[in-house]
Design a protein around this ligand. Structure first.
Ligand code: GDP
Ligand code: MG
Length: 785
């Protein structure tokens, strides 16, 4: 029977995994291995994906992916499964010829600098460890994939300079996901002196899988048994000294949140570096007779080579050749005898498959889990799983069929209300502060170009953007709390089905949601999406989410031209943006990214209380970023716009302000692109507003304010009186503003986050193109009726 057929509350045992190699490997790393018990816990409100419990973890899996896992009820499974190879099947190194364990790294050159790499599963507390050790403030979150690239920091400890690198979280260091490749290359290229492997103490079994891979690599590893507090409170017990001795890796209990155990951890790091640790020794995990009989001859062959990369042991390369591991083949590519090796490996792996009935990868991971199981049997006593019970109770509510969505929307409503309503108070203070400054400089600078630049250009322009700082902080307070508590993963869980229709992942939902606030942080939030194609697509569709900068424009134009239906028009615009985003996502999936390369296996971490420190740090980080943006991009843009609209100066006797604008550079630009927007029913004044809005879309309003400035009427009345807009051209204008060129900051962020200019270019051309097309249709159809 298939795992997808399992009903909520039922338990079964895994018999076989099908599906392509990448999928199999991924899910194996996550604990779905032969012989393991798995329980179907909870359906998401739309009945897909499903939350499963395996190896002490909650994991969300889509039904069609679960259908690739074959299971049987426990009783039946017993008759089929042979018992897993038991512990004891390890070989001491030194008795073997298959590895180069005696390799010595040359520490002499830099005697007192230790390079440390932090490796561990997502959410195991690596970044927390990193922050507390280095005193820095990287972003921590109870949500997998928060750290995407490596961050380094250093500090002094007992006469050593310790340089530590926080690597992205991985379940293994095979090479299927970008993170895994990243980590493996880091180990290969940087050759860190010591590895700190963060392991979740309260969920040790799956976490140790990665540790076994580090053992294979023969790297000097110290295990930080992190979240030891959770282990203790769950009532579980672990004899970590004994476990460490068996695995040949020292294990140190830590609590990264409070800093407990860190001195001991660092002492052990130094011992490892100096080679004085008593626990550390190199072991070989026995992969079973058939595998070992294949590894030995192949390793003997490799041993003769002189050009084998020295970073990893011979035995490791032999295993990877048997697995036909792409990354290893790339690294061995230049070796003279690679052809012979591959032929030999091919023959041997066929033999293994024939003898064991499973492929090499499965045979190895089965053996590894067998090894871990055996070791834990002797050293680990399960607790009463209190923590799990609490999490399960909350999840039953949060992902409830009837309550899941209402709760979610209530939370969103609360968030947006807080952002706008509470944010309005400090917003007003900032506004009056800027008004005061403007007044002050008007008084002290004599009337003229300089005064205009300072007051209308710099203070006016920067002020109009700076007032959004409080809103952004509140938005991030909510996002940070949702992330740290573990709710974010649940939001992705319940939205996955809908997002799947767009060819995306539940995780894409969060950034899109954030896009309603501001597209820039939203695009940065896509870092949590593991799948590369999903991430790119999400980045490209985020600008269609109506950010808060567009709101004033909607309020003005909808209120002016559709006074009876203004709220409806506004909601319509929001929804229309979402539809275009969905359409674009589908198109990109059809045309460019045919397949989503990573399966939807997402960990649902236990709920945790967010810490004040990490929440404040997170908010401060955003605050800093935003102020930086105001000081650079926004400031430069406003000065340029001011310059273009102020010069050349009209003759003294110019009739009205309006004409003054028409003859400025920006007026000329408006006129020159008028032919392009004419089919949309717009004239040169609207073009100016569009150009002026490139740095920030709210500038549409202020620009229109200047262009249609009149003493007797307010802006709405002057817009109507001008006769420049019909109902249909106003609608076209609104849709055009919604869809066209995202602001400069967004475009820059797209380029930065994707690392490629072409995506920024796409965002400019495609968005403007589709905006024009739809605005054109609206205007033409509108005038026709
Ligand atoms: P990373 O993904 O490995 O970088 O993990 P993070 O450092 O982002 O931490 C994941 C979550 O675990 C956060 O909510 C942390 O506050 C929490 N956390 C980290 N270390 C500990 C610990 O020792 N004890 C407890 N109870 N929670 C921890
Ligand atoms: Mg991290």
């Amino acid at each position: 029977m298939k795992l997808s057929e399992l009903k909520n509350g039922e338990t079964a045992v895994i018999i076989r995994l099908s599906g392509h190699g990448g999928f199999r490997k991924r899910i194996m790393e996550m604990g779905f291995v032969r012989g393991e018990k798995v329980k179907s816990v909870l359906d998401s409100p739309l009945s897909d994906p499903v939350k499963y419990h395996v190896m002490g973890y909650d994991v969300s899996l889509r039904r069609n992916e679960a259908s690739m896992i074959e299971v049987l009820p426990e009783e039946e499974a017993k008759t089929i499964l042979t018992p897993a190879p038991s512990f004891g099947c390890i070989a001491e190194c030194g008795h073997c010829t298959t590895c180069s364990c005696n390799k010595q790294r040359n520490n002499a050159i830099r005697k007192n600098v230790i390079n440390v790499a932090l490796i561990g599963n997502p959410n195991s507390g690596k970044t927390s460890l990193f922050n507390i050790l280095t005193g820095s403030s990287e972003h921590v979150g109870n949500y997998s994939g928060v750290t995407v690239d490596a961050k380094s920091g250093s500090f002094n400890y007992k006469g050593y300079r310790i340089r530590i690198t926080d690597l992205p979280g991985t379940y293994s260091i095979s090479a299927y996901t970008p993170e895994e490749i990243y980590v493996r290359r880091h180990l290969f290229n940087e050759e860190p002196d010591v590895i700190i492997n963060a392991v979740v103490a309260s969920n040790i079994e799956r976490n140790l899988y990665l540790t076994t891979e580090l053992i294979d690599l023969n790297l000097r590893t110290v295990v930080a048994l992190n979240m030891y507090d959770e282990l203790v409170s769950s009532g579980a017990k672990i004899n970590y000294e004994h476990l460490g001795a068996m695995m040949g890796v020292p294990m140190i209990p830590t609590v990264a949140r409070s800093g407990k155990g860190l001195d001991k951890l660092l002492d052990t790091v130094i011992e490892m570096f100096e080679g004085t640790n008593n626990t550390a020794r190199h072991i070989h995990i026995n992969y079973g007779i058939s595998m070992e009989e294949s590894i030995t001859p192949l390793a003997a062959l490799l041993h003769k080579a002189t050009d084998l990369p020295h970073q990893f042991p011979v035995r490791y390369w032999a295993t990877k050749l048997l697995e036909k591991d792409n990354e290893a083949l790339k690294q061995l590519h230049a070796c003279k005898d690679i052809g012979t090796w591959m032929k030999k490996a091919d023959k041997l792996s066929h033999k293994v498959e024939h003898e064991t009935g499973v492929d090499v990868e499965t045979a190895i991971s089965d053996a590894k889990y067998g090894f871990i199981n055996g070791a834990l049997q002797e050293t680990y006593t399960v607790g009463n799983e209190n923590a799990n019970k609490k999490t399960r109770r909350i999840d039953r509510l949060v992902a409830n069929k009837w309550l899941g969505f209402p709760l979610f929307f209530a939370l969103m409503w609360l968030m947006f209300t807080a952002v706008y309503k509470i944010g309005a108070f400090p917003q007003a203070w900032i506004e009056s502060a800027f008004a005061f400054m403007g007044q002050f400089f008007t008084n002290i600078i004599p009337k003229g170009a300089i005064q205009d630049l300072v007051v209308n250009g710099i203070i006016g322009g920067v002020g109009s953007v700076a007032i959004f700082l409080p809103n952004i902080l509140i938005l991030y307070l909510f996002i940070s709390l949702m992330e740290d508590s573990g709710y974010m993963a649940r939001a992705a869980f319940i939205m996955d089905r809908l997002m799947h229709r767009m060819g995306l992942h539940g995780k894409s939902f969060i950034p899109m949601l954030m896009g309603f606030g501001c597209n820039v942080p939203a695009i940065m939030a896509t870092r949590t999406i593991e799948s590369h194609s999903s991430r790119i697509i999400t980045i490209l569709i985020t600008p269609f989410m109506s950010c808060s900068a567009r709101l004033p424009v909607y309020i003005l134009l909808a209120g002016t031209f559709f006074p009876e239906h203004a709220p409806l028009v506004m909601i319509g615009l929001y929804i229309f943006g979402i539809l275009i985003a969905a359409f674009t996502a589908r198109m990109l999936r059809i045309v460019k990214y045919k397949k989503d390369e990573t399966p939807f296996v997402m960990e649902l971490p236990p709920y945790r209380w967010p810490t004040l420190r990490s929440t404040l740090r997170h908010m401060w980080e955003k605050c800093e970023q935003y102020i930086k943006k105001i000081g650079t991009v926004v400031l430069a843009a406003t000065v340029i716009i001011w310059f273009l609209s102020y010069f050349p100066r009209p003759a003294e006797n110019a009739t009205t302000e309006n004409n003054a604008y028409a003859e400025s550079y920006i007026g000329m630009m408006g006129k020159s692109i008028e032919p392009i927007v004419e089919p949309l029913g717009l004239n040169w004044r609207s073009s100016i507003a569009l150009i002026a809005s490139l740095p920030a879309k709210e500038l549409v309003v202020s620009t229109l304010g200047v262009l249609y400035n009149s003493n007797e009427k307010n802006l709405s009345q002057s817009l109507i009186a001008s006769g420049d807009f019909t109902k249909s051209s106003a609608a076209a204008f609104l849709v055009f503003i919604l869809l066209f060129f995202p602001c400069i900051a967004t475009v820059t962020t797209i380029a930065e986050e994707t690392g490629k200019k072409k995506f920024a270019l796409f965002a400019i051309i495609y968005n403007t193109g589709i905006a024009w097309l739809i605005a054109f249709l609206i205007n033409q159809l509108g005038s026709y009726f």
